[in-house]
Design a protein around this ligand. Structure first.
Ligand SMILES: Cc1cc2nc3c(=O)[nH]c(=O)nc-3n(C[C@H](O)[C@H](O)[C@H](O)COP(=O)(O)OP(=O)(O)OC[C@H]3O[C@@H](n4cnc5c(N)ncnc54)[C@H](O)[C@@H]3O)c2cc1C
Length: 349
């Protein structure tokens, strides 16, 4: 059977696409929907709100804290953030999609067909939303996944109660990386991430937790890119972490995966409806992503520069940014990139 579109990956990017596309759509993931959480699932409250996933919200944050070696810097958040339940959020998106779902491992692309451990499938539009591994794109272009342009992080869930979003930028915890703690009701998501892709973080997380009198439980995590990759490879639309759309510095990847997923859906739907050729659809999506190149390059530069500064200078800079007028300006600027309400209303931000 030939589909109008095949989406590989049923997480944030893939599900966002699936909610928007109309036609014969096949959504493939190696796991059941909502069972493959890698993330701490912290994002702007407006994300689950805009997408009808308000019930998945576990806790809302009006304040953020960055802990450095000697002090704690507080930020008032003009736009509230939240942590949400991954399974519930993904399932609520899946319920709004009319795509057929297939649980299968995708092995790559061969003669224009998607090869899986459950057979081969064809479609007019192929979308790679398979996360940092980019299984489709990397099967036709070796070297597409560059480990030197990815951070690595792990996290766990522990019993804990508290307020606010907490980050640690403290070389005694991790050099060139961050720690985080997001309270979620009676639990908290705690993790550590390395900007230089260090994968040996279990001990770091364990000693971080022991500082709170807590012990390491089940760990999840993986790589997350900090450099934009090409959004079109051959005739494949590439979205989310597969296209390096996770934001450098903050490691926020959920909102951009959904945002670019929705943008990609606009281009793919034009092709399905016969209003654009496949080539035009690919070019349109590529143009949309390229408009963000400077923004990503700036965040990448900032991540590199900040993580290399001596710790006392990092602390001074972070404290300077916490001044109300500056933090409000920065958060407003940050939020307006990948603002979901703009794409949901079909506006150009
Ligand atoms: C430890 C950690 C914590 C993080 N915390 C946050 C956070 O709090 N907030 C935030 O905004 N971002 C966070 N991120 C980043 C965020 O998780 C990613 O940017 C986001 O998940 C990208 O979404 P995606 O849909 O592109 O890919 P993914 O969420 O990675 O989904 C890819 C999907 O493809 C499927 N797949 C992969 N390979 C195959 C295959 N061969 N065949 C079939 N299916 C396949 C997977 O099962 C998965 O469902 C974190 C990342 C890590 C590692």
């Amino acid at each position: 059977m030939k589909y109008d579109a095949i989406i590989v990956g049923a997480s944030f990017a893939g599900l966002a696409l699936a909610t928007r596309l109309r036609g014969k759509i096949l959504l493939i993931d190696k796991k059941e929907i909502g069972t493959g959480q890698t993330s701490a699932c912290g994002t702007l409250l407006s994300v689950p709100q805009e997408l009808g996933g308000r019930d998945s919200v576990l806790q809302v944050y009006q304040r953020g804290f960055i802990h450095t070696r000697r002090r704690t810097i507080e930020y008032h958040l003009p736009y509230p953030f939240c942590a949400f339940d991954y399974a519930q959020f993904c399932r609520s998106l899946a319920r709004r999609s009319r795509a057929d779902f297939l649980k299968a491992r995708v092995l790559g692309l061969e003669d224009g067909q998607v090869v899986t451990d459950r057979g081969k499938f064809q479609a007019t539009c192929l979308i790679d939303a398979s996360g940092w591994r980019a299984v489709l794109a990397s099967s036709i272009e070796s070297g597409f996944v560059d480990f030197s342009t990815m951070s690595f992080g792990i996290g766990t869930t522990v019993a804990y109660q508290g307020e606010g979003l907490h980050f640690w930028m403290d070389p005694s915890l991790i050099g060139r990386g961050v720690g985080w703690l997001f309270p979620c009701g009676t639990k908290a998501r705690v993790g550590v991430g390395s900007y230089v892709g260090d994968t040996g973080l279990r001990k770091v997380l364990s000693s971080f937790l022991s500082g709170f009198g807590l012990r390491l439980g089940k760990v999840h995590g993986g790589f997350f890119p900090w450099r934009l990759r090409r959004p079109v490879v051959g005739k494949i639309f590439v979205v989310g972490d597969a296209a390096g759309q996770c934001e450098p510095l903050t490691g926020e990847g959920i909102r951009p995966a959904i945002y670019f997923g929705l943008k990609c859906a606009e281009a793919v739907q034009q092709v399905i409806d016969g209003k654009a050729s496949l080539e035009e659809g690919l070019r349109h999506y590529q143009r949309e992503v390229r408009r963000y190149q400077r923004y990503y390059s700036f965040l990448e530069w900032f991540q590199r520069s900040l993580s290399r500064l001596p710790h006392w200078q990092q602390t001074r800079l972070l404290a300077f940014f916490s001044r109300p007028s500056i933090s409000q300006f920065l958060l407003h600027w940050y939020r307006k990139h990948a603002a979901l309400e703009s794409v949901l209303k079909g506006e150009t931000p």
